[in-house]
Design a binder for this molecule. Structure first.
Ligand code: ZN
Length: 129
């Protein structure tokens, strides 16, 4: 869990990237899907407290900043993931931490001020918990 936000490690219950890659390889082989490296990098976003990126096939790809690729077992794509810098990820987690889990979401087009305004709308008092 990076700064309190779940990553692919938590979501896939994987020990590390090698473990996640092994599971991906097995899952795609079992369904006769051939893995490939996508030329399209995709942006990480936060969805209900999970780091995900959207594959072009429509599936959500759980990802971790330490991984070489985001792995889509639905279509076999291995994606480069565009991550916000670590300081930004830490700030996002801090801005989202007082929300209930289903409300902890962030889109790359949103800035810190957008999240602060959303927190105000949600009636979240900073440091109340
Ligand atoms: Zn896909």
């Amino acid at each position: 869990m990076e700064y309190g936000i779940q990553t692919g490690l938590d979501i896939y219950h994987a020990r590390d990237y090698a473990d996640a890659l092994q599971r991906f390889t097995r899952a795609t082989a079992n369904r006769n899907i051939r893995p490939f490296v996508s030329v399209l990098p995709i942006k990480a976003r936060i969805n209900h407290n999970r780091w995900l990126a959207d594959c072009q096939c429509g599936a959500g790809v759980a990802c971790d900043p330490s991984w070489e690729f985001g792995l889509c077992s639905d279509c076999g794509a291995k994606h480069l993931i565009e991550w916000p810098l670590p300081a930004k990820r830490e700030r996002l987690a801090a801005l989202l931490k007082d929300r209930n889990v289903p409300l902890r979401s962030w889109e790359p087009r949103e800035g810190d001020e957008d999240l602060r305004k959303q927190n105000d709308t949600l009636g979240i008092v900073r440091g109340a918990r």
